[in-house]
Design a protein around this ligand. Structure first.
Ligand SMILES: Cc1cc2nc3c(=O)[nH]c(=O)nc-3n(C[C@H](O)[C@H](O)[C@H](O)COP(=O)(O)O)c2cc1C
Length: 309
């Protein structure tokens, strides 16, 4: 048997396979395909304080090796989540990472305080500090680095929960952003969110999604995400990283683990193959058995460099 147990600070996960926010429903939508209890954790779609209708359609379109989305953080708001979703995860003992975003720092603080009250049912919070698809209400402004630190500090003051800051590659110097996030009180980071892109319908000459531009996800993103995870882990091996960006097969997950990822989050792949998480989990296990790897810890961060040290 391979030991896939993953420890992150005080947290214990039965394996490193999780899901990327917004690609896995909000409760048990994929239950015909996925045994939720086998997952390392479930990361929810972004929850905001108040309900949001999201952007008008069309909100997604396919692109070569990926997709563009501009959903606009559609969700039913924190109250509904606490009432109807948290009990399901608690009852079924599914480790839950709650992804939140605020339209202001005060929103983030209020959500953190409300969720802290339910901390026995929640494994960690993931702060969406990087959504590219929201124009109104200031979420876009979160890209400014100063605001990121301010937001994390505000959340930190209001909860004892483990905090992952989800960062965008579009912040520029991601290493510096990770350092700032940790200084401000984040316990780990999630890398990466989507990268802004565009597609045009040449007959109507309209953008192929209503918002004009949207977040590019899927395999097209993978080498970029892998590079960020690798660079962050090289510079700050002690900072836990949840990796997302085009993880589609078990081989992709193994690549991210070798680069140093603590958890691997499967995103766009769920739309193509709703069993992707289960396939990846069993693929990683079989790979380890064949390679005589007894514990996932032997694999994590085990990249072999061409350069001699
Ligand atoms: C349709 C869709 C919706 C998403 N919604 C969210 C979201 O609500 N919050 C968030 O933090 N990330 C969201 N993301 C980003 C993913 O969680 C993930 O970081 C990104 O897509 C890269 O992983 P992937 O290439 O495996 O999809 C969304 C991605 C997609 C494709």
């Amino acid at each position: 048997m391979v030991d896939l147990t993953t420890k992150i600070g005080p947290l214990r996960f039965k394996n490193p396979v999780t899901v990327a926010s917004g690609t896995f429903g909000v409760k048990d939508e994929l239950k015909d395909f996925v045994d939720y209890q086998k997952l390392g954790a479930v990361i929810t779609k972004t929850i905001t304080l108040h309900p949001r209708p999201g952007n008008p359609m069309p909100r997604i379109c396919e692109t070569p090796a990926g997709m563009l989305n501009a959903i606009g953080l559609q969700n039913k708001g924190l109250f509904e989540f606490v009432e109807n979703k948290i009990p399901y995860f608690r009852k079924n003992r599914i480790p839950l990472i709650v992804n939140i975003a605020g339209e202001s720092t005060a929103d983030f603080s209020r959500m953190a305080r409300a969720l802290d009250y339910h901390r026995k049912s929640i494994t960690a919070l993931e702060l969406n500090l990087s959504c590219p698809n929201v124009e109104a209400g200031g979420v876009r402004a979160i890209r400014e680095k100063k605001l990121i630190a301010k937001t994390i500090r505000a959340v930190r003051k209001n909860t004892r929960l483990f905090l992952f800051a989800k960062l965008s590659p579009e912040l520029g110097d991601v290493l510096e952003s990770v350092r700032e996030a940790v200084r401000a009180g984040a316990n780990g980071v999630s890398l990466i969110n989507t990268v802004r892109g565009m597609a045009i319908d040449i007959r109507s000459r309209r953008p192929r999604i209503w918002a004009g531009t949207g977040g590019l996800s899927g395999p097209a993103l993978r080498p970029i995400a892998l590079r960020y995870v690798y660079e962050v882990k090289q510079a700050m091996p002690q900072v836990p990283v949840i990796a997302s960006g085009g993880i589609t097969t078990w081989e992709d997950a193994v690549e991210f683990l070798i680069a140093g990822a603590d958890l691997v989050a499967v995103g766009t792949a769920n739309f193509v193959n709703p069993r992707a998480t289960m396939d990846i989990l069993s693929g990683v296990r079989v790979f380890c058995q064949k390679e005589k790897i007894k514990s996932i810890r032997e694999l994590r961060g085990s990249l072999v460099s061409y350069r001699r040290s």
